[in-house]
Design a protein around this ligand. Structure first.
Ligand code: F6R
Length: 359
């Protein structure tokens, strides 16, 4: 069943290219995105999108918040489901409530969806499991088509969620006229390139295996990035925590100087996401500050970075979103290889279950 891979997580990382092609299938025209399952009236009278999820799905939701505001020009807010449930939130009817879940069964997220419906909001779920509880409750659903995910640490579900959100941001951009046809067409041709950019390159995987050796015994990890690379940093840190049991935090690169940089020393590992096409100089100077304070740096970029102790080069690409997906694979593989070197069972991390159906 593992098709020669050591763990389901590894197999699922390698499957991402195929499942992303499935996610895109039939949904891209030359200059528009189509979702057969959506009625565009869902967006009538909507002035805000509220995204709600847990864990990895929350990180894809956070990525979506950057895309919706940047491309759809629609106000977007974000909530952790277990917080939203109990904090007496204000819900207004011009808000589209969007729940995100791989399983469609996570108790906290399901409950927030029911709350939003009861408050009279229109609801949409982005989900990987057809006919799951959330799909049945929501007014509309978009399926991510990642296939069954067995690894407890979510990988391909996250990848397909971000792809769906990127498409949805273009769908809304068309409805609202916030991007031109030409701009949407340019995005669509970049979207079509994603499957080839998440294909795992053997040489890069070998390099990550070698690099992982240095990152087994520090006192902590900071994954840092700016803009949409911040939720990717959070996701990288969560992957590492889950399967390696090492302490890791995702942090906005520009925020390190407001406290966490005090932790910097050679035993503090910084995993730096340095996209060429989004705030490169700003992020680079944040990493230089950490390097000057002796943090051990692993830089992931398409531009060589001479201050790094380790440098993982991604394929040349002309779009920051392609860099996002390239780096996603790197952080997934890095977590996998660190965990394997530590002798852990990657698919059965301690204390975790695949689906959290209790509060
Ligand atoms: C992390 C992971 C969890 C889930 C979270 C939500 O690798 O798998 O953080 O993302 O429990 O699950 P779903 O998406 O099924 O609602």
């Amino acid at each position: 069943q593992k098709d020669g891979f050591r763990f389901f997580m590894e197999k699922e990382i390698y499957e991402q290219s195929v499942v992303i092609s499935d996610t895109l299938m039939g949904r891209l025209r030359e200059d528009e995105v189509v979702f057969d399952e959506l009625d565009s009236t869902l967006f009538d009278g909507i002035n805000e999108i509220k995204l709600c999820a847990c864990g990895t799905s929350y990180h894809s939701a956070m990525s979506a918040s950057y895309l919706f505001e940047r491309y759809s020009k629609i106000k977007t807010s974000l909530e952790i489901a277990s917080e939203f449930r109990y904090r007496e939130p204000i819900m207004t009817k011009d808000t589209l409530f969007v729940a995100i879940s791989q399983s469609g069964e996570t108790a906290d997220t399901l409950e927030t969806l029911k709350m939003a419906k009861a408050a009279g909001l229109k609801t949409l779920v982005i989900c990987n499991v057809d006919n799951s509880s959330m799909v049945r409750v929501a007014d509309a659903a978009i399926l991510t088509r990642a296939g069954i995910e067995k690894g407890v640490a979510s990988t391909k579900a996250f990848a397909t969620q971000v792809v769906v959100f990127w498409m949805l941001s273009l769908y809304v951009a068309k409805l609202k006229g916030s991007l031109t046809k030409m701009e949407i067409a340019a995005h669509i041709s970049t979207l079509r390139e994603v499957p080839s950019h998440v294909k795992v390159d053997d040489e890069m995987h070998e390099r990550i295996k070698r690099v992982s050796k240095r990152y087994l015994h520090g006192h902590g990890f900071f994954f840092i990035g700016r803009d949409i690379f911040y939720p990717l940093a959070l996701e990288g840190a969560l992957k590492l925590k889950e399967i390696s049991y090492l302490h890791a935090e995702g942090y906005p690169a520009g925020e390190m100087k407001h406290g966490p940089i005090a932790l910097a020393d050679p035993e503090l590992f910084t995993i730096a996401l340095l996209p060429k096409h989004l705030h490169y100089e700003k992020s680079k100077s944040n990493v230089e500050e950490l390097s000057a304070r002796d943090s051990t740096i692993c830089a992931i970029s398409q531009i060589p970075f001479d201050k790094a102790d380790d440098f993982i080069e991604i394929t040349t690409c002309e779009s920051y979103m392609l860099e996002f997906f390239e780096m996603m694979v790197v952080v997934q593989l890095l977590s996998l290889e660190i965990s394997i070197r530590l002798g852990n069972d990657v698919d059965m991390p301690r204390n975790l279950a695949k689906s959290v159906t209790v509060e």
